[in-house]
Write a protein that binds this ligand. Structure first.
Ligand code: MG
Length: 250
């Protein structure tokens, strides 16, 4: 048995132990966008940092990686609450999020994440329906998906910040993704790069793959409960075929 096989089998056994599911039959892949399909997180963090600077609040760049997956409204409410000890009004949230969106777009287009197309290709090859589950409301990126990953996502197979009451780490986004695909938790695989997103996938009961594509340490992914962790999307791409085969034969 290879090292990778051992890790995969151990991860599946631990998933079955935590969920109590006898059989796992992957039929849908629920996939995060920022930092997973696009190398966009650094630009998001820069946009957030600049927007907060404009209203007189200094926040370290990498802190925003911790908020990844939260809706924009939740991030604004958290930071204003912490810094100014008050709750922002809905109008203020809308204005500040709009400004953050402008500052993101100003930085120019972001690149698809290396390795992501290969992972999606393997999901398709194994007959999994791919559903986008993002905390983002950034239409400039969401609208590029069909061009950058042609034929992968059926139009409408997406949950964005506009579709949920509670964003990640609540299980709601991934539960809604399962509803769209018409699958149960033991039939769903979540692909995530952020600890809050991993928590959401785990709470929704799916086998949750965590990929560290930014400054988030592996240990945080483990603490968030990821069932298996890869250190990059190409590493995930190299192992995903075997992972899906092992899951299907559980
Ligand atoms: Mg992400």
């Amino acid at each position: 048995m290879t090292h990778v096989t051992a890790i995969i089998r151990e991860a599946i056994a631990a998933y079955r132990a935590r969920t109590g599911y006898e059989h796992i039959r992957p039929r849908a892949a629920l996939i995060d966008m920022d930092g997973t399909l696009y190398d966009s997180m650094s630009n998001h963090a820069t946009a957030w940092q600049r927007m907060m600077h404009e209203i007189g609040v200094e926040v370290p760049h990498d802190e925003f990686f911790l908020y990844e997956g939260m809706t924009g409204a939740a991030t604004i409410t958290h930071l204003i609450g912490r810094e100014e000890h008050r709750t922002p009004t809905p109008e203020e949230i809308k204005r500040l999020y709009h400004r953050k969106t402008e500052l993101f777009t100003e930085q120019g287009p972001v690149e698809p994440m290396p390795g992501a197309a290969e992972v999606l290709g393997q999901f398709q090859r194994h007959g999994l329906r791919c559903v986008l589950v993002t905390g983002s409301g950034q239409s400039s990126l969401i609208n590029r998906l069909a061009a950058d990953y042609p034929g992968v996502f059926i139009p409408g197979d997406r949950i964005t910040s506009r579709d949920v009451k509670r964003g990640k780490p609540s299980p709601e986004p991934y539960q809604r993704g399962m509803q769209i695909a018409g699958v149960q938790p033991w039939e769903a695989i979540v692909l995530e790069n952020a600890p809050l997103g991993v928590q959401s996938g785990v709470a929704a009961g799916a086998f949750t793959i965590g990929v560290t594509t930014g400054p988030i340490p592996v240990e945080m992914m483990r603490q968030a409960g990821a069932d298996i962790i890869f250190s990059s999307m190409p590493e995930c791409a190299a192992a995903i075929d075997q992972l899906l085969i092992e899951l299907q034969h559980t």
